[in-house]
Design a protein around this ligand. Structure first.
Ligand code: SAH
Ligand code: SF4
Ligand code: F3S
Length: 433
């Protein structure tokens, strides 16, 4: 049997798809590169913004036509599956099985049932995917591995649907995580990326290792050379965690810390739990501990109540803090999320205009920061051949910046020093020093 997984959404979903890959291949299923060639098609979905949902439904349109012509088994997993659990069969009658994000480990059962013409649907929320993380070393190169340390979210930011589709926070036992990391390092993994909606609140209230203690323990592992984590919530970024930067030598100088808005009024409406000043203080503290830390962030424009003053405050924050990069979005009202009831006087045009302005300003800052790296030498984990040219290799600095440089293929998998000769908006060009 041949299968194809189409993944939408965040790293959580990317990793869930890796887990399904692992389970399917364990049962002899063969991955193919084209949807058309597959007998089984799994769509792992995201509903964080309306656009993500639209992409899903248009993809499903294509699958419907394919199924009508060739007969295929089609499954929908992930966040839209959870959101539409009561309506999925009605909206998409040609779907054979559907699994919420907590049930993806039942993928092979679901397909077996579908092969026997029995629909399989499971959206229970207390499931886990026990013990399959360790086998899911990052598809691309075997050097980097994601590992889920917690799932769900208790924050209920007023714009966000994630708590409604991923459920409440549950942390995995540190023993299980550490066992998996040991197996990963035995298999040649050099970089570990700890995953969760809000990794800073790992084991909050539990009698187990705290997040900084978990980092400290991983830092002692032989073979592991880099540790990263995603995503962090500013309100839970504790002084203890900040102190880990610059102290734990394997913890990379990089953090993704979404601020969402630069106005206290909007942050309150978003239910974010911090003020602009508190956010700035955390960044200042991070940079004091670790002066070369790269900081990226997320930001939403066009949130209800965002007048010109509020947007200007967001722009001031961006100019003041000079992030290495920002993922910016126009606010998209989501079912269940509290803000979907707020009247919004920001027009779509206005929001798009703000987004374009923000992105132009940020792009200049990103380029400035990347150019400041020119002439300096950085350690790069060489991850593979570059997409652009056969003679080039690609890798990342500890600050998570992509570097392309000329080099021999036998360098793939190594840590090597690369001198940066040019900084662009999305990558750096380097050469062997
Ligand atoms: N758990 C992570 C990421 C959540 S989703 C965190 O809290 O940081 C990723 C980003 O999508 C968010 O940081 C936010 O900037 C954006 N986002 C979430 N819901 C949104 C919505 N309804 N409209 C627009 N952007 C949204
Ligand atoms: Fe959504 Fe907020 Fe939770 Fe992030 S912290 S997943 S933005 S509710
Ligand atoms: Fe999307 Fe679900 Fe991730 S809604 S952003 S795939 S948690």
């Amino acid at each position: 049997m041949k299968y194809f997984i189409q993944t939408f959404g965040c790293q959580m979903n990317e990793h869930d798809s890796e887990k399904m890959d692992y389970l399917l291949q364990g049962q002899g299923y063969i991955p193919v590169k084209e949807v058309r060639e597959a007998d089984v098609i799994v769509v792992n979905t995201c509903c964080v913004r309306e656009k993500a949902e639209q992409k899903f439904y248009s993809f499903m349109g294509r699958l419907k036509a394919l199924k009508a012509r060739y007969g295929k088994i089609i499954g929908v997993t992930g966040c839209i599956a959870q959101l539409e659990k009561n309506n999925i069969k009605e909206r998409l009658p040609f779907v054979d099985f559907s699994l919420g994000p907590s049930n993806i480990h039942k993928i092979t059962d679901a397909i077996d049932k579908a092969l026997n013409n029995i629909d399989f649907m499971d959206f229970s929320e207390n499931g886990y995917h026990p013990g399959i993380g360790s086998h899911c070393i990052h598809k691309k190169n075997g050097l980097k591995a994601f590992i889920t340390i917690m799932k769900g979210c208790n924050n209920f930011c007023s714009y966000c649907i994630v708590p409604y589709v991923r459920g409440r926070e549950i942390s995995r036992h540190s023993k299980d995580i550490l066992n998996e990391i040991k197996m990963m390092s035995d298999n040649g993994v050099k970089e570990i990326i700890l995953l969760g909606q809000n990794v800073n609140s790992y084991n909050k209230g539990n009698n187990d290792l705290s997040f900084p203690e978990l980092l400290e323990t991983i830092n002692e592992f032989n073979g592991i050379e880099r540790i990263r984590f995603v995503t962090s919530h500013p309100k839970d970024l504790s002084p203890n965690l900040i102190e880990c930067f610059g102290r734990l030598e394997k913890l990379c100088e990089q953090i993704h810390l979404p601020f969402q808005a630069g106005s206290d009024k909007i942050l309150r409406l978003m239910n974010r739990g911090y003020t602009v000043k508190q956010y700035i203080d955390k960044i200042t503290h991070l940079r004091m501990r670790c002066s070369d830390i790269a900081i990226t962030s997320d930001c939403i424009v066009g949130f209800p109540g965002e007048d010109d003053d509020a947007f200007n405050e967001t722009m001031e924050l961006i100019t003041l803090l000079e992030f290495d990069g920002i993922f910016s979005f126009v606010y998209s009202p989501r079912k269940y999320a509290a803000a979907s009831n707020l009247p919004n006087d920001v027009t779509k045009e206005k929001a798009l205009e703000r987004l374009r302005h923000l992105q132009t300003v940020q792009k200049a800052i990103t380029i400035k920061k990347n150019r400041a790296m020119e002439g300096k030498t950085f350690q790069v984990l060489v991850e593979g051949a570059s997409k652009n040219s056969n003679e080039e290799l690609t890798g990342r600095t500890r600050t998570n910046k992509i570097v392309n440089f000329k080099g021999k293929h036998d360098m793939i998998g190594s840590m090597t020093d690369v001198k940066i000769i040019k900084g662009y908006a999305n990558s750096l060009k380097g050469e062997e020093p």
